[in-house]
Write a protein that binds this ligand. Structure first.
Ligand code: ATP
Ligand code: MG
Length: 505
């Protein structure tokens, strides 16, 4: 009897000791800090000496934040949602996880926030994998030169400023010059080309993003696209993280050996979001009140675009960042920064847009520094002549303003230039196949459209490619296979073009 009681006691002591042990372990696993001061979405927290930069913090009740500054006695965090809930004295838990986003095939066709929360009213995402939203870019050894073309469907781009897989091409211009449309059409043109697209909307209206989603859906492009949305109504912190999150999603697909196209719309608003955060964090303001590391935040984002080598699967991320200018001033701070980080720029102007020359690309200062290496041979051939003729036209056009009577050769060149400008106009959401582009440019630079009235050129262009596809399908098929207009078929093609134009005039 006595023995039994003693045994029971020992058992109880063991149990208590065990409980205490577990209890201690729990405390060790979670460092808890305390909010010292909070306001404007920023919290100063004491008692978290082990916190890492970029680590997620749990403020309880679903409120989360990210460590932004590490200071002597405290850490400074930005709060990602419902920041008014965070008050002085609030407990804050470290999570041990660096800010991350869910990745996977499930994201295709979805609209999500920068942390992976659905924004399209559909079910929550169930993903097995998470990627940190900040990541170091692939090194030089991991990459290979750009060698595959990324067709945008716009003749003006694919012929004169071609883009290659893995390239970073900036789309820059004033408000309402067709920047977003250009990028969205490049996504639409990837249909059937096995390219995954990511569209990152930063600081835009939700209604604009809804319209973009609708457009993509109508053109059957949503199923291979992920939209990451940090609208104007969301906190600066979310707008700041959105492009990095989009890039992490793109990296997941790139690491699977897939080709990815990512659009950042736009980095001007991204810079504004970062400036807001920095000023609230009392970081010293520099030029135009931006903090000193504004260049670095964009370069570390765009460096992550890459064409991986074959050993790493040959995947790629092509980036189309967008930047908005004021009054066409590309020499302002953010535009010059981003121009110097990218491999070329497509410059859109209000004057051309208003003159109904759309896409309103200014050919004079639009360049692509690496894409030429990836341009298909057949296009390179016709595009060379196109660029030359356009340059000659621009030169003569200036003279023609002063000269009263022009010689025949100049008149002819002016006329040809006007035809080319007309040929290169393209309505939105009507991307052209590269072979059709080649056929049209070939006919135009060789003067077949010279006598067609300018207002008829657009319909003539469509009728001509349609005729090739239907009535001259054997020849058309040869061009598709060879990806060029070879010399041996030129006579036959010239004959057809003459006939089509005669019949339709
Ligand atoms: P914002 O500065 O507001 O973001 P943006 O530069 O992105 O503007 P878009 O929204 O793409 O410009 O286009 C502005 C308007 O021009 C839209 O109504 C669009 O439909 C029209 N547009 C754009 N490109 C073309 C085109 N190639 N042909 C006809 N209309 C076009
Ligand atoms: Mg836009």
């Amino acid at each position: 009897m006595v023995n039994e009681k003693a045994e029971e006691k020992i058992n109880l002591v063991d149990k208590i000791l065990e409980q205490i042990k577990v209890y201690r372990e729990e405390i060790n696993a979670q460092e808890v800090g305390i909010v010292l001061d909070s306001g404007d979405g920023i919290a100063r927290i004491g008692g978290l000496p082990g916190a890492l930069v970029g680590e997620m913090l749990d403020f309880g009740e679903g409120v989360s934040g990210v460590v932004f500054n590490l200071e002597m006695e405290e850490v400074v965090a930005i709060i990602l949602n419902r920041h008014v809930m965070v008050k002085e004295g609030h407990a804050v838990k470290k999570t041990g996880r660096i800010i991350e986003v869910p990745v996977g095939e499930q994201l295709l066709g979805r609209v999500i926030g920068p942390l992976g929360k659905p924004m399209d009213g559909l079910d929550d995402l169930v993903c097995d994998e998470y990627y940190p939203i900040e990541n170091s870019p692939p090194g030089v050894i991991d990459r290979k030169p750009v060698d595959k073309p990324l067709q945008t469907g716009y003749m003006m781009i694919d012929a004169t400023v071609p883009i290659g897989h893995g390239q970073r091409e900036l789309i820059i211009g004033d408000r309402q010059t067709g920047k977003t449309t250009l990028a969205i059409d490049a996504i639409i043109n990837q249909k059937g080309k096995d390219v995954v697209c990511v569209y990152v909307a930063i600081g835009q209206k939700n209604s604009t993003v809804a319209q973009i989603k609708k457009t993509l859906k109508e053109h059957e492009a949503l199923q291979y696209t992920v939209i990451v949305n940090a609208p104007a109504s969301s906190p600066s912190s979310k707008q700041f993280y959105a492009p990095y999150a989009g890039c992490a999603i793109a990296e997941y697909f790139m690491n699977q050996g897939r080709q990815v196209l990512i659009v950042y719309d736009d980095l001007t608003k991204h810079a504004h979001a970062y400036r807001n955060i920095s000023l609230l964090l009392k970081r010293p303001p520099g030029r135009e009140a931006y903090p000193g590391d504004i260049f670095y935040i964009h370069s570390r984002l765009l460096e992550r675009a890459a064409q991986l080598n074959d050993k790493l699967g040959g995947g790629s991320i092509t980036a189309l960042p967008i930047v908005e200018t004021q009054n066409g001033d590309i020499a302002a701070y953010i535009p010059t920064n981003v121009i110097s980080i990218t491999d070329g720029q497509i410059f859109l102007t209000t004057e051309l847009f208003r003159a109904n020359i759309r896409p309103a690309i200014n050919p004079g200062i639009s360049v692509s520094r690496v894409g030429g290496a990836a341009q298909i041979k057949g296009m390179k051939k016709v595009a060379g002549l196109l660029r030359l003729t356009l340059a000659q036209f621009r030169e003569k056009e200036k003279f023609s303003l002063f000269a009263a009577d022009l010689d025949e050769r100049t008149t002819h060149q002016l006329r040809r230039g006007k035809v080319l400008i007309e040929i290169l106009k393209q309505k939105q959401h009507r991307p052209m196949k590269v072979i059709d582009q080649m056929l049209v440019i070939y006919a135009a630079v060789n003067g077949f459209f010279d006598d067609v009235p300018l207002e008829k050129i657009e319909s003539m262009r469509a009728d001509y490619t349609e005729f090739m596809k239907r009535q001259a399908s054997a020849l058309y098929e040869i061009f598709v296979q060879e990806e060029m207009i070879s010399d041996e078929h030129k006579t036959e093609l010239n004959h057809i073009i003459k006939q089509v134009i005669k019949d339709l005039s």
